[in-house]
Design a protein around this ligand. Structure first.
Ligand code: BG6
Ligand code: GLC
Ligand code: GLC
Length: 924
C-alpha cells in the first residue's frame, strides 16, 4: 500500500477548508510584520548600535572592536591556513594568494554535541586534532604556516598588536566550560602545544562576519559590511567613529543580542518564547532566535505542535517525533519552500481543471504556510536590521546615498536562497524607501489630503468661490442613473481615453432589459490631436461615417451620445463648452467652443446624410457611473484611473449654487485631476513631479493627475531611475540613451514588473530592452521603485475618493454609508495590485462605509448611450405631453370669447368675488 500520509488528498467540504485555512492564518498572524513594525525594528536596531558604541560592551548589542582597520587591497600573497569554528561545522582551509587570485583547499569536520558542551580543553584538543588531520591531507605538517582563526562568537579584543580574543559568552549550540572570560587564542595554542606534532603561527583572530567581509572585499573593494545568515546571525561593518585618531575600524556588532533588554518583546510570539526557554541560553540572543538557522526549524516545530494539538493538523495526533527538539531542521524549510513552488503549479493546473475545491493537499499547504511565515519574518527582520546598519554608515559619511557591498555567508543564506533573496530585497527596499521617502504617506497625511480635497470640493460648488477653485465641479445635467426602462438604438462616440471608439448600443426590453453592443476602435494620430480643431472633428465625423456604413445604418435616424473625456461647461445635456484640453490632446481652436456644435458642423460638412438626432455630451466619469448604474442602482460615484484621472458623483441640487433648483440630485464632474493647481499639493510634490509638469503640454495644470495617472506614472519611474543610476544606486551607474529617452518607460511596464510571479523576469526583460544589463538586485530595486510610485497613486486617489464618500455620507445624514463606486481606466484594470491597494486604503480612510467597487466592463460608451436614452425618453415624453396639451390649447378668438364672458361675470357679481380666473385667462 502506498504510504503517502503527507500527500493525502482530502475530500473535504469547501467550508471546512476555508475555516481551516482561516484558523491557520490566525495562528500565523503574529509572524506577519507590518511595514510600521519593521520600521520600529530598524529604529531599535539603530538605537542598539549607538548604545553599544557608547557603552562599550554593556548593552544588548555589544559592538565589539575588531582592530581590523582596512579591507584587503589585493596585494596580499603567500599561503595561509584558515581555521573556522562556530558555524555548522569546523572547517580547515588553505588559502594560496597569488597576485589577484586566491586558491582554496578545505576540509570539513563535524563537532559532536558532547564536545561542544564538554570542557574547553576537550573542545580545543578536538580542534587541534582536526587541524593535524588537515595538514596531513595537504602534506604540510612541517610548513609552520601563518594561520588565521575565525572564531564565530563574541570576543573582546584589546589591542592591535596582540593576537588574542576573550570569549564574552557562548552563543548558538556551544557551551564548553572554562572558556568564557578566557583568551581563545591561547587555548588553541596550548592545545597545539599539547599535541606536539606541528606548529602554527596564529596571526589573527576574527569573527566570521569580519572574515566574510574581508574575503568579499578581496574581490570588491566596496565591501564594507559582512553578514552571516547561518546557524547564528551577525553583522560587522566599517565604523568611522570608534577612535578619534584612526579613521575606520571594523566593528563586530553581535546584533543577535538585539532584544535581550526586552526591546523586541512586542513582536515575540509564544512559539519564540518556547524556543527561547528550551535553548541553552534563555533570555539571550533574542534577535538571533527569531532569524537564524539554528532556531527557525524549531519555531516551525512549535507552531506545528500547536496546530496539531488544536486538531488542525495530522488529525490531532501528536507523535513523539514531533515532540523531539531539533527534529525539524532548518534545511527542511528551504526544501519545503522549493516544494511549494511546484505545488503552486500543481494548484494552478487543478484550478484550471476546476478541481481545486475538491482536491487539496491540505497538510502540505499548512506546513508550507508555516514555513513561509517563519522564514519570511526572519528575512524581513534581517532586512530591517541591515537597513539600520546601512543608514548608520551613510550618516557617518554625511552622504545622501550610499553605494556599498555586503559580503554574505552562512548556511541559511546558501541553502535558503529564497529567504535571503527576500531578505535582500528588503535591504534594497529599505534603501529605496529612504530614497523615495517623500513618496510614501502615512494615513495621517492621507487624511489630511482628504480634508483638503473636501474643502476644495465645497469651494468648487459655491457660486462665489467657484471661479478661484481648483476643482471646477461641473454640473452635468444628469439627474439620475438609468431606471431600467430605457430602450432604443444608439450611437456612442468615446473620445479622450487611450482609445477613440465608436459604438452602437441597442437596448431592448423583452422581459428583461438587455444591451447589445458593437464597437470599433479608430486611430487618433498625434498630428490630429495636436492639429486644428476642425481637422480633429472632421476626423471624428469621417470615422462616424465609416462606422455607420459598416453597420449598414447610414440612413437610420439614431440618437448619439458623445463621451468626451475632458472638462466641459454645460448648461444642458446637449452642449459642452471645452474649458481646457488635458492629457495628450491639444487641438487648436476648440477651447471655449461647444464641442456638440463643432461635431455637428463637421458631420454636415461631410455632405453625407448622417441622421443623427440628439447629441448628449457626457464626461467619461459620468459614462462610467451610468454604465455601472445600469447593473447596480446604488452606484452614485464614477471614477476613471487611466490615461487621466477624474471622478463624478451625485450631489444634492441644493448644494450646487451654479444650477437653479433645490430638489433632487445632479451628477457633478469634479475634474479632480486639477486638484493642487492652486498650490495646495506643493508639500507632497517631489522634484520628479515638477519635472514631469515642466515637460508636459500644460505646465502648472492637472497637478494631481500628473502625480497619479497612467499617462505620467511610467515617466515618473523613468526619471527616478535616471537619478538613481546617476548616483550609482542602480545599474552600476550606467545610463543608456534609451533610459534617457522620454516615454521609454511606460505605465504598462510598471504593471508587468509588479506582477507577483513573473515580475522580476519582466523587469529584467524591460530593463534589458532599455539597454541596461540589470543584476538581480537592480531588478528588485526597479520593482520596488514601481511599487512606491503606484502605491502613492492608489493612496492619493483613495484620499480624494474618501473625500467624496465622506461628503455623500454627510449629505445623506447616515451613520453608515452603503454605496457603489463605478470605476474604469486602463491603470486600474491592468495593474495587478492597484485595485486591491485602492480598496484597502479607502476602507481604512472611511471606516463607516460599505463601498462596492464595480468595474465598468463595457466602458463609458454604454453609459453615454444610457444618458442619451434617458434624455431621449424625456424628450419623447415632453413631445407627447406637448402634443396632448396642444389639443387643449385655445385659439386667440376662443380666448377673447372667454374674456368677454368673464367681464360679464364680473359685472354680474359686482365684484363681490375678485375673479382670479379673469386674470389667468387674460392673454399676455
Ligand atoms: C474607457 C472609457 O473605458 O475608459 C473612456 O470608455 C475613458 O472614455 C477610459 O476615457 C479611461 O481609460 P483610459 O485608460 O483609456 O484613459
Ligand atoms: C552568533 C555569534 C556571532 C557570530 C554569529 C554568526 O551570533 O555570537 O559571533 O558571528 O553567530 O555565526
Ligand atoms: C482628464 C480629463 C477628465 C477625464 C479624465 C479621465 O482628467 O480632464 O475630463 O475625466 O482625464 O479620462
Amino acid at each position: 500500500m502506498c504510504h503517502h500520509n503527507r500527500f493525502l488528498l482530502l475530500n473535504v467540504a469547501k467550508s471546512d477548508i476555508i475555516s481551516l485555512v482561516f484558523q491557520v492564518d490566525e495562528t500565523l498572524c503574529p509572524f506577519k510584520l507590518s511595514q510600521e513594525q519593521l520600521q520600529l525594528v530598524k529604529a531599535r536596531m539603530r538605537a542598539g548600535l549607538e548604545a553599544g558604541l557608547k557603552t562599550k560592551g554593556s548593552s544588548a548589542i555589544k559592538m565589539l572592536p575588531s582592530y581590523v582597520y582596512r579591507t584587503p587591497d589585493g596585494t596580499e600573497h603567500g599561503k595561509y591556513l584558515a581555521l573556522d569554528l562556530g558555524g555548522t561545522n569546523f572547517r580547515a582551509m588553505m588559502v594560496n594568494f597569488k597576485r589577484q587570485n586566491a586558491r582554496l583547499y578545505h576540509k570539513i569536520y563535524t563537532i559532536p554535541l558532547e564536545i561542544m558542551q564538554g570542557t574547553g580543553e576537550e573542545l580545543f584538543d578536538h580542534i587541534a586534532q582536526c587541524v593535524s588531520d588537515f595538514l596531513d591531507y595537504m602534506g604540510m605538517k612541517n610548513a609552520h604556516l601563518p594561520a588565521g582563526f575565525t572564531f564565530s562568537f563574541p570576543c573582546e579584543q584589546t589591542a592591535i598588536d596582540t593576537v588574542s580574543g576573550t570569549l564574552v559568552s557562548w552563543t548558538k549550540g556551544y557551551k564548553a566550560t572554562d572558556c568564557e572570560g578566557h583568551d581563545v587564542v591561547s587555548m588553541l595554542r596550548e592545545a597545539i602545544k599539547r599535541r606536539n606534532e606541528f606548529d602554527l603561527d596564529i596571526v589573527a583572530v576574527v569573527n566570521d562576519t569580519v572574515g566574510t567581509m574581508m574575503s568579499c572585499a578581496y574581490e570588491d573593494p566596496q565591501c564594507e559590511i559582512g553578514l552571516i545568515a547561518g546557524t547564528g546571525t551577525n553583522v560587522c561593518y566599517m565604523e568611522e567613529e570608534v577612535d578619534a585618531e584612526l579613521s575606520k575600524m571594523c566593528i563586530n556588532t553581535e546584533w543577535g543580542g538585539l532584544g535581550d533588554d526586552g526591546s523586541l518583546d512586542d513582536i515575540i510570539t509564544p512559539y519564540d518564547m518556547e524556543v527561547n526557554q528550551n535553548s541553552i541560553n534563555p533570555g539571550r540572543q533574542r534577535f538571533e532566535k527569531l532569524t537564524s538557522g539554528m532556531y527557525l526549524g524549531e519555531i516551525v516545530r512549535q507552531v506545528l505542535l500547536d496546530l496539531t494539538r488544536g486538531g488542525l493538523l495530522f488529525r490531532g495526533h501528536v507523535t513523539e517525533t514531533l515532540k523531539t527538539p531539533g527534529i525539524f531542521e532548518t534545511k527542511y524549510l528551504s526544501q519545503i519552500e522549493r516544494w511549494e513552488k511546484l505545488c503552486v503549479s500543481v494548484r494552478s493546473i487543478l484550478q484550471q481543471l476546476g478541481l481545486l475545491s475538491v482536491a487539496i493537499m491540505i497538510m502540505d499547504f499548512i506546513v508550507m504556510q508555516v514555513c513561509g511565515a517563519v522564514s519570511r519574518r526572519a528575512a524581513q527582520l534581517c532586512g530591517a536590521g541591515m537597513a539600520a546598519v546601512v543608514d548608520k554608515i551613510r550618516e557617518n559619511r554625511g552622504l545622501d546615498h550610499l553605494n556599498i557591498t555586503v559580503g554574505v555567508d552562512g548556511a541559511l543564506y546558501k541553502l535558503h536562497s529564497e529567504t535571503t533573496l527576500k531578505g535582500f530585497s528588503s535591504v534594497k527596499c529599505f534603501v529605496i524607501d529612504k530614497y523615495l521617502y517623500s513618496m510614501r504617506f502615512s494615513d495621517e497625511t492621507l487624511l489630511d489630503i482628504m480634508q483638503q480635497f473636501r474643502r476644495e470640493l465645497a469651494k468648487g460648488l459655491g457660486r462665489d468661490t467657484n471661479p478661484t477653485a481648483a476643482l471646477k465641479m461641473l454640473p452635468t445635467f444628469v439627474r439620475s442613473i438609468p431606471d431600467g426602462s430605457e430602450k432604443g438604438d444608439f450611437i456612442a462616440l468615446d473620445l479622450g481615453g487611450s482609445n477613440f471608439r465608436i459604438l452602437r448600443v441597442k437596448v431592448s426590453h423583452e422581459k428583461k432589459q438587455t444591451v447589445q453592443m458593437e464597437s470599433q476602435i479608430y486611430d487618433t494620430p498625434e498630428d490630429i490631436i495636436h492639429g486644428s480643431g476642425t481637422r480633429l472633428f472632421d476626423h471624428v465625423a469621417e470615422c462616424l461615417g465609416d462606422f455607420m456604413e459598416k453597420q449598414n445604418i447610414k440612413d437610420k435616424k439614431l440618437p448619439v451620445g458623445f463621451t468626451f473625456s475632458f472638462p466641459c461647461q454645460q448648461t444642458k445635456l446637449d452642449e459642452g463648452f471645452l474649458i481646457t484640453w488635458t492629457k495628450r490632446f491639444k487641438a487648436g481652436g476648440v477651447e471655449g467652443m461647444d464641442v456638440v456644435k463643432l461635431l455637428n458642423k463637421a458631420i454636415k460638412k461631410r455632405g453625407v446624410s448622417l441622421f443623427l438626432l440628439l447629441h448628449v455630451v457626457v464626461n467619461d466619469t459620468v459614462g462610467t457611473m451610468m454604465t455601472c448604474g445600469f447593473d447596480d442602482q446604488r452606484c452614485e460615484v464614477g471614477i476613471i484611473i487611466g490615461t487621466g484621472t477624474n471622478a463624478c458623483y451625485m450631489e444634492e441640487l441644493r448644494n450646487i449654487d451654479l444650477v437653479e433648483g433645490d430638489e433632487g440630485r445632479m451628477c457633478v464632474n469634479t475634474e479632480w485631476g486639477a486638484f493642487g493647481d492652486d498650490g495646495r499639493l506643493e508639500d507632497i510634490r517631489t522634484e520628479f513631479d515638477r519635472e514631469i509638469d515642466r515637460g508636459s503640454i500644460n505646465p502648472g495644470k492637472q497637478l494631481f493627475e500628473k502625480m497619479v495617472s497612467g499617462m505620467y506614472m511610467g515617466e515618473l519611474v523613468r526619471l527616478i531611475l535616471v537619478k538613481m543610476a546617476r548616483e550609482g544606486l542602480v545599474f552600476e551607474g550606467r545610463i543608456t540613451p534609451e533610459l534617457l529617452t522620454k516615454g521609454k518607460f511606460e505605465t504598462k511596464h510598471i504593471s508587468a514588473i509588479e506582477k507577483s510571479k513573473e515580475g522580476l523576469s519582466k523587469a529584467r526583460e524591460i530593463l534589458t530592452r532599455l539597454g541596461v544589463e540589470p543584476s538581480t538586485d537592480d531588478c528588485i530595486a526597479v520593482q520596488h521603485v514601481c511599487t512606491v510610485v503606484s502605491f502613492r497613486s492608489a493612496n492619493l486617489i483613495a484620499a480624494a475618493l474618501a473625500g467624496i464618500l465622506m461628503r455623500l455620507k454627510e449629505n445623506k445624514g447616515v451613520a453608515r454609508l452603503r454605496t457603489t463606486v463605478g470605476i474604469d481606466g486602463s491603470l486600474y484594470k491592468m495593474h495587478p495590485q492597484y485595485a486591491r491597494r485602492l480598496h484597502k486604503a479607502v476602507r481604512r480612510l472611511v471606516p463607516d462605509t460599505d463601498v462596492r467597487f464595480l468595474l465598468s466592463e463595457s466602458g463609458s460608451g454604454k453609459g453615454a448611450a444610457m444618458v442619451t436614452a434617458v434624455a431621449y425618453r424625456l424628450a419623447e415624453h415632453s413631445r407627447q405631453i406637448a402634443q396632448i396639451l396642444s389639443e387643449f390649447r385655445l385659439t386667440t378668438e376662443q380666448l377673447l370669447e372667454v374674456r368677454k364672458l368673464s367681464q360679464w361675470c364680473v359685472c354680474v357679481c359686482v365684484c363681490v368675488f375678485p375673479c382670479v380666473l379673469c386674470h389667468y385667462l387674460t392673454p399676455s
